[in-house]
Design a protein around this ligand. Structure first.
Ligand SMILES: Nc1ncnc2c1ncn2[C@@H]1O[C@H](COP(=O)(O)OP(=O)(O)OP(=O)(O)O)[C@@H](O)[C@H]1O
Ligand SMILES: [Mg+2]
Length: 327
């Protein structure tokens, strides 16, 4: 089945005074209809840049460099996102393609009641006020909030409730694709777990597809079906969550999984070193300076993302028989 969103050769970067650098480099990724696909990686690896590029919301100094994004809705309509005009995009956003930006729970207007804020957007999309009210109440129910909350001001709500309001607003038009960036990062673990359960229920009830961006492997483990592990602007490994947690192939995936705090909050194994800046990505495999298994080709040659076992792609010379044979 063709993917709901097909990402091909997507590169997005930053324009500096003298040069342009790539932050996200040639990402190829299929987001399948109905799945929750996690994108995980350390701070600064380009996750939000990827999300904003998909939403076509990059702002200078960020620049889109190349690629194609194809959105296929289940009624057969197809959109080439990078070719749409601003007005075509406005029509598509929210209704079919919804975005929950990083830090958005702090973006509610403090002087307007929650209901007014939720309904305004729906009214702008052409719904009648009765319909907008009905949709808002339904959307709040999806995140276990009561309708009386529509009369509250944001400061009267806890962080978890504000985040739920943002999610409800984002899903109120029943979009096909929801791109959620660090949805639960600022919340305590109990609230985090509840919200992720609600997200899974939204996927089931609305038949939505979710691209879930997070630096937290624990979040991925809890709710995602598949995961794309990102390092320094590239996909290092892609596979099912079960497959990758049971047997991570890429040394970076191994490090990330090894550094999840377990019982008592202890770190089992930290990931040594720091993530590189996009102005200073290492040559060859960008992970090689931190890789405990780096060997001769890694410094010079960038590994391609190659199919390994069923449903698994890995960009690492250790698993490229030709490169390993030459080394
Ligand atoms: N507007 C900007 N101006 C300057 N640098 C930027 C801008 N946006 C992103 N960057 C840089 O690009 C890199 C990737 O940033 P991005 O926000 O995409 O990372 P991220 O993976 O989402 O990180 P985090 O987990 O901290 O949210 C970082 O080095 C960041 O400093
Ligand atoms: Mg981010």
């Amino acid at each position: 089945m063709p993917a709901l969103l097909e990402i091909r050769g997507l590169s997005a970067g930053l324009r500096g005074r003298r040069a342009v650098t790539e932050v996200v480099s040639h990402v190829d990724l299929d987001v399948q209809a109905g799945e929750i696909l996690g994108v995980v990686g350390e701070s600064g690896c380009g996750k939000s840049t990827l999300a904003t590029a998909i939403m076509r919301l990059l702002v200078p100094p960020q620049v889109l460099q190349s690629g194609a994004l194809t959105l296929r809705l289940n009624d057969g309509k197809t959109f080439e996102l990078l070719k749409l005009s601003e007005s075509e995009l406005r029509e598509l956003r929210w209704r079919h393609l919804s975005y929950i930006p990083q830090g958005s729970m702090n973006s509610l207007n403090p002087v307007l009641r929650v209901g007014r804020q939720m309904m305004d957007t729906l009214l702008q999309h052409g719904l009648s006020s009765d319909e907008a009210y009905k949709r808002s109440v339904e959307a709040l129910e999806l995140v276990n909030l009561e309708r009386k909350l529509l009369d509250s001001y944001p400061h009267e709500l806890s962080g978890g409730m504000r985040q739920r309001v943002i999610i409800a607003a984002a899903v109120s038009m029943r979009p096909a694709l929801i791109v959620a960036d660090e949805l639960t990062t600022a919340l305590d673990v109990v609230t985090q777990r509840q919200i992720l359960q609600e997200l899974a229920a939204i996927r089931d009830e609305l038949g939505a597809t979710i691209l879930l961006i997070t630096h937290d492997m624990g979040v991925v483990a809890q709710v995602a079906d598949r995961v794309a592990v990102m390092y320094a602007g590239k996909i290092a490994e892609l596979g099912t969550v079960n497959g990758i947690f049971e047997a991570p192939l890429h040394p970076y995936s191994q490090g990330l999984i090894g550094s999840i705090p377990r019982g008592g909050g202890q770190r089992v194994e930290g990931l040594p070193g720091e993530a590189p800046s996009p102005w200073n990505y290492p040559s060859g495999c960008r992970f090689h300076p931190r890789c405990p298994q780096a060997f001769s080709p890694c410094q010079e040659q960038a590994p391609a993302l190659l199919p390994q076992a069923a449903e698994r792609w890995t960009a690492c010379h250790l698993y490229d028989a030709e490169v390993a044979a030459d080394a």
